[in-house]
Ligand binder design. Structure first.
Ligand SMILES: Cc1ncc(COP(=O)(O)O)c(C=O)c1O
Length: 409
């Protein structure tokens, strides 16, 4: 009998997969299912990019190994792209950086965790957080420390609570703004206080997962702690990619920008585990005009804004104002079940604080045909993530059903 390594045995399997399988089975039985689980935009990427991919098919280099960290021309372009869109200058900050291009943001994040975390090192996460940070930390032998947030604060983590999690073992603080699953980004003031806090901990690195950077549909646009404190870039790793902003999840390109010496280590790791990322995609990106991203995203942002308004109206009609908060970026909303009548069907007594999110989502799917993702994996018990991307009519009907479900006595 083949035994899996302890490390892999320790990785949890996603509840989302189970739920998606059930949604599919119901759909195959002919039931109407409103699937709000999507973690991707259901649109084709910008035509210019598709054209560039087609053009690069004519070149032998597109089929051959790329340098492990990515083609130098692309890396330079990505560094400039980040400087331009985040209004920073690495040169002015006196920091030598480089990019490492990997097979998606997830891949570069996994590389980063492996490259930075030693056994027993602590990684501070702010709940609700993206599922994979916990598993990547575990795989690297590290320990996660979690800062809780709740719907009353619109899921903005308290910096006091963050400081309470900092210890002499803290190696990394992970920031994900715009955030999956809450669909908000942290304010400029919050970022300023975060910068001040990080200055007190000079040994701590910051991973800033900015994969949803371009997807804000309500002002102000996301801002970052390093913009007014560029010296923090010395220990900051900015992660971005094309999955979300170019609606290209399947093409698998992501990248990290960070101090050059650390990037060498990350590249060494990638060289022994994956080699360079997809050459064809890298070459197409090399000629792509990133300035076109905003224009491409404009109608998508209008769509997300409209759906967020539908959500607000339906929650208001259902008198669910206490669990409503304004989303502004990425394409998610986190429903908090704990203040709604549906919770009473599950709670055994008033002091029962068990997490029923998976059971609640299962019932919602079975009885109302709406699939959303339990928040348990996101470090947010008794919540669920829904996606704002479906077409308006479908989305509206799904939210009406969700409201009926949440408010049924
Ligand atoms: C917060 C966050 N970071 C990173 C990723 C990774 O994206 P990809 O590997 O598709 O680039 C995702 C994908 O869902 C995400 O939500």
């Amino acid at each position: 009998m083949v035994k899996l390594s302890q490390r892999v045995q320790g990785i949890s399997e996603s509840v989302t997969l189970k739920l998606n399988a059930k949604a599919q089975a119901l759909s195959e039985e002919g039931k109407q299912v409103y699937n709000l689980t999507a973690g991707q935009l259901p649109f084709r990427p910008i035509q210019d990019f598709s054209n560039l991919i087609a053009k690069e098919l004519d070149f032998l280099k597109s089929y051959q190994y790329s340098p492990v960290p990515g083609f130098p021309e692309l890396r330079k372009k990505l560094v400039e792209h980040i400087e331009k869109t985040r209004s920073i200058s690495f040169e002015k900050a006196g920091i030598e950086v480089d990019a490492v291009v990997g097979n998606g943001g997830k891949h570069v994040l996994a590389n980063l965790f492996s490259a930075l975390v030693d056994p027993d090192d602590e990684v501070v996460l702010m709940a609700p957080y993206w599922i994979s940070y916990t598993e990547m930390t575990k795989l690297a032998g590290g320990v996660t420390k979690v800062v809780e947030a709740n719907v009353f604060d619109a899921f903005v983590p308290s910096l006091e609570k963050l400081e309470q999690q900092m210890t002499s073992k803290t190696k990394i603080v992970v920031l994900n703004s715009p955030n999956n699953p809450s669909g908000i980004h942290y304010s400029k003031e919050w970022m300023e206080s975060f910068a001040q806090l990080m200055k007190k901990y000079p040994e701590v690195s910051i991973i800033s997962d900015e994969i949803y950077f371009h997807l804000n549909y309500f002002d102000p646009a996301p801002s970052y702690f390093y913009q007014d404190h560029p010296e923090l870039l010395e220990r900051t790793f900015i992660v971005d990619g094309i999955s979300k902003s170019l609606a290209a999840t399947g093409l698998r390109v992501g990248y990290v920008i960070g101090p050059k010496d650390v990037m060498k280590g990350v590249s060494r790791l990638q060289g022994q585990t994956a080699s360079g990322a997809n050459s064809l995609m890298q070459r197409a990106l090399m000629s792509f005009d990133f300035d076109k991203t905003q224009e491409y995203l404009e109608p998508i942002k209008i769509h997300l804004r409209d759906n967020s308004r539908i959500l607000r109206e339906k929650f208001r009609e259902g008198q669910l104002n206490s669990i409503w908060y304004q989303t502004q970026s990425a394409f998610y909303y986190l429903v908090d079940f704990s203040g709604t009548p549906v919770m009473e069907k599950f709670r055994k007594n008033a002091s029962d604080d068990k997490d029923y999110a998976a059971d609640i989502c299962e019932l919602l799917l079975e009885e109302y045909g709406v699939a959303i993702v339990p928040g348990s994996d996101f470090g947010a018990p008794n919540t669920a993530r829904l996606s704002l991307v479906p077409p308006k009519e479908q989305f509206s009907e799904a939210i009406s059903r969700l409201v009926d479900f949440l408010t049924a006595k």
